[in-house]
Design a protein around this ligand. Structure first.
Ligand code: SF4
Length: 318
């Protein structure tokens, strides 16, 4: 079966082996965040509806699960805001009947003030809401939300969720230097978050090129400073770290790394090519490619036959 709505699984520091589910297919979002990996939102969407056939999505997930591959999580993310899909609750309910794999919903929090939406997604095991600002002007600059959306509703929605939900809440804040990291804004974050019951507060910054060129990655040092500042008043604050050290990656071997580098040096290869030649699981291969890409040793290039991996010639991998 060729999949349209599911992707991965990808190795995730936060979720282990995670199968991604995209309930929208194209970018359907009520935000147009300056850092969005899906690119610019040409149009903003506020309506909840069945953007893609929920039964087709369910069938793909069933097909994948029937193969018996190991999974830690099924994660609703992808192109846009998954809670805009009106049948997300139905899908989670159906999945709970057929699998014990945990379910995670990543949301921009805009619909959490709606009781019906909260009830639907509260069937998941982890909810990752995001909150990029607590001041209206900064919120507008970063998230560039539809005019129908009010920051006060988002804050109320997260609070209600934290009071009602029995699962885990990992709240994510995406930091952009000079915008939402001023002392004033950090103090407002603390004031708001002190009253919210979340299990983790996760600090993030830019990982890939943003649609807006002026958005730059925040340094790890600055993120550490914010973490320390928050931690004086708030519990369980952490930085979302990407794979930077080989030691962080379970079972990483230099032999396979060298093999991949030599292979794509001789002939740029697709993911499928490498999987076939190396005879390793997707999850294993993803682990190496993610590390090599993060460390600028390889790059992806789109060609007619798909995405090819090529070696970058630098001192690191000479
Ligand atoms: S909420 Fe997510 S999908 Fe929507 S614009 Fe922001 S980053 Fe992109």
């Amino acid at each position: 079966m060729k999949y349209k709505y599911i992707f991965g699984p990808v190795p995730s520091r936060r979720l282990g082996v995670s199968l991604g589910v995209d309930l929208l297919k194209e970018k359907i979002c009520n935000f147009n965040c300056v850092y969005c990996e899906c690119g610019v939102s040409n149009k903003l969407f506020n309506e909840r509806k069945e953007y893609v056939s929920i039964n087709e999505v369910l069938n793909e997930i069933k097909d994948y699960l029937n193969k018996g591959n190991y999974l830690d999580f099924i994660t609703f993310s992808g192109n846009g805001e998954p809670a805009l899909h009106s049948k997300i609750g139905y899908l989670i309910k159906e999945l709970k009947k057929i699998t014990s794999t945990k379910i995670c919903v990543i949301t921009n929090s805009t619909l959490l003030n709606e009781k019906e939406v909260r009830e639907e997604i509260m069937q998941a095991d982890i909810i990752m809401p995001s909150l990029d600002a607590v001041s209206e002007d900064i919120f507008r600059k970063i998230d560039r939300a539809s005019s129908k959306i009010k920051l006060s509703d988002i804050k109320d929605g997260i609070k209600k969720l934290s009071e009602e939900y029995k699962g885990k809440i990992w709240l994510e804040i995406f930091f952009i230097e000079g915008l939402n990291d001023t002392k004033e804004e950090l103090d407002k974050f603390i004031e708001y978050l002190k009253d919210i019951k979340v299990d983790r507060i996760q600090l993030n910054s830019l990982d890939r090129p943003a649609p807006e060129k002026w958005v730059k990655a925040m340094s790890l040092n600055r993120l550490e400073e914010i973490k320390d500042y928050f931690s004086k008043e708030l519990k369980n604050v952490e930085i979302i770290k990407k794979y930077k050290n080989k030691e962080d990656i379970l079972g990483y071997t230099k032999d396979i790394e060298n093999f991949i580098l030599e292979l794509i040096d001789r002939r740029p290869s697709t993911f499928e090519d490498m999987k076939e030649i190396l005879k390793i699981q997707e999850i294993e291969l993803n682990k190496y490619l993610e590390y090599l890409e993060n460390n600028k040793m390889i790059k992806k290039v789109i060609e007619n036959r798909g995405i090819f991996y090529k070696k970058i010639l630098t001192k690191n991998n000479d």
